[in-house]
Design a protein. Structure first.
Length: 229
């Protein structure tokens, strides 16, 4: 077994254990392998090990890797989307995680004319100035605005956990997002396809799963420290 396969086995095992602790099956949690700054050729072991969901921060880097890797990979845009890159995303990403404002969503809808682009609304649950996203208090109104846009399909919510190793603070942020997610689903305003709760990365994905995450974004735990961009 290769070093990558060892790491993948470990991550999958930890995901499975955390899912069961939350009363769910491991299959209820999607693993997105975060591949930013890793060259395309180093990602082939991940593909050959069965991973199909890959996450990238930058549109241009993602496009170059898409051209070099198998076409059945499901690419996720997890980094901030600049408005001048919107025209490059149609048909390239199964999900854009980082829609951090109604204004960005409107710009996307105005410029996209093909099948609806699936997106997540980013919520800043830790109130850290370094993070993007709507405030928890503004999330319900933001959802109302996003679901009215014709070329987008809102699939759920996303957050980046706080920059801390304190478990209680991590969980507080995740509980906040889960509470919003449940509230929006109970209202029925976003429809039956509102079913993705994207939270948890290499340092905190187990806590995120225990608090209800349905999708985790894992890079370092799979690939080791990233090369410098």
């Amino acid at each position: 077994m290769s070093p990558f396969e060892d790491r993948l086995k470990d991550v999958r095992g930890r995901i499975a254990d955390a899912a069961r602790r939350s009363g769910r099956e491991p299959s209820a949690v999607t693993l997105v392998a975060v591949t930013k700054t890793h060259p395309a050729e180093t990602l082939r072991p991940a593909y050959e090990s069965g991973l199909r969901d890959f996450g990238e921060n930058r549109v241009q880097e993602a496009l170059s890797k898409q051209d070099a890797l198998p076409s059945d990979i499901r690419w996720h845009l997890i980094g901030q989307l600049q408005t001048n890159k919107i025209n490059k995303i149609p048909g390239r990403f199964v999900l854009v995680h980082s829609v951090d404002s109604p204004s960005l969503a409107k710009a996307m809808s105005d410029r996209l004319s093909v099948a609806p682009q699936e997106i997540l609304l980013e919520v800043n649950t830790s109130a850290e100035s370094s993070k993007s996203g709507v405030s928890p208090s503004g999330a319900v109104q933001a959802v109302r605005e996003l679901i009215s846009l014709p070329h987008l399909c809102l699939r759920g919510l996303m957050t980046v956990g706080p920059l801390t190793d304190v478990d209680a603070k991590q969980r507080e942020a995740f509980k906040t997002l889960k509470g919003l997610f449940d509230e929006i689903r109970a209202r029925g305003q976003a429809g039956p396809r509102f079913d993705i709760l994207s939270m948890g990365m290499s340092s905190d994905f187990e806590a995120a799963i225990e608090e209800g995450s349905t999708l985790v974004r894992v890079g370092t735990a799979l690939f080791g420290q990233r090369p410098k961009a």
